[in-house]
Write a protein that binds this ligand. Sequence first.
Ligand SMILES: NC(=O)c1ccc[n+]([C@@H]2O[C@H](COP(=O)([O-])OP(=O)(O)OC[C@H]3O[C@@H](n4cnc5c(N)ncnc54)[C@H](OP(=O)(O)O)[C@@H]3O)[C@@H](O)[C@H]2O)c1
Length: 298
Amino acid sequence: MKTLLTGATGLLGQAIWKVFKDEYEIVPVSLSGGKDTIRCDLVQEEEVARLIDKYHPSLVIHTAAITDVDLCEREPAFAHQVNTIATRNLTWYSSQIHSAFIYISTDYVFDGEKRSLYVEEDCPQPVNVYGISKLGGENYVSYFMEEYFIFRTSFLFGRYKQNFVTSCVERLTSGEELVVAHDQIITPTYVDDFAQALKEFLKKVRTLPQRGETVYGIYHLVNQGKCSRYELVVEIARILGIDTDVITGVNLDQISKDAERPLFSALSPHKFQKFTGFIIRDWKEALKEFLSQYAKKG
Ligand SMILES: NC(=O)c1ccc[n+]([C@@H]2O[C@H](COP(=O)([O-])OP(=O)(O)OC[C@H]3O[C@@H](n4cnc5c(N)ncnc54)[C@H](OP(=O)(O)O)[C@@H]3O)[C@@H](O)[C@H]2O)c1
């Protein structure tokens, strides 16, 4: 199946590319055109029109975004262009050729007021520009596309690009002391697990005799469980055999950031698991496997 993959140089995009490439004909796209990808600025409508016209994909997996939450807060117009308008461009031209569409969204569409895992029926209410711009993207997906899936995920880690987990590993192994929030609860998610689960999902969809409203829509796709940022860093240190005394937990509001964050944004993958029958492992198991490979790589 010809599949246009945006964000193919990104943390998640690279994982999806790797897992999908044997069975899918991937057309990898990025802004820079690096790592053997096709260059396209998705904000530019004519570039998107040309891209869709040239490759005519049956499926679009749209992972591209500006993911720096504080940058989005400082530059809201830029965040709106890349996260919302680029998604409008892609969905509009994809809808003209009746492609299926997968949009990757975020736990930051929620305000964090809930104290149990967020489910798909919960009402989004973003507290920062990043969340607003990603929710804007979700709205275009559901407005223009017929056959669409929105996968919300959270706090990604993996080997392909620097992220919170890899920078903690570097800082801990170089003997730095870390100050992290102990009151922000998230679901760390391993990009390799996400990519594999997404592939299983599409396999399941293909076996259905009929698809319809009940299948299309929003899914939360994360590793199981939840933790605070502090607990995540302690777990990293524990796995690496580093003394956890170097880690200090503080309240999120004691750490200076441009953007507000939801204090609780852990997601439930229950709907996804029920639909696919595919059980996603706990974030601690995923982290352990990731760190054992990452440490070997050096
Ligand atoms: N990272 C997380 O913790 C997290 C959490 C929840 C949800 N998500 C969502 O998951 C998805 C993937 O995140 P990620 O962390 O893998 O992203 P990432 O590593 O920051 O990669 C972003 C990708 O978007 C591309 N891009 C940026 N602006 C573009 C433009 N104007 N036109 C075309 N491509 C553009 C980049 O291309 P270049 O490399 O060429 O610049 C890169 O391939 C995003 O939709 C994000 O909102 C991420």
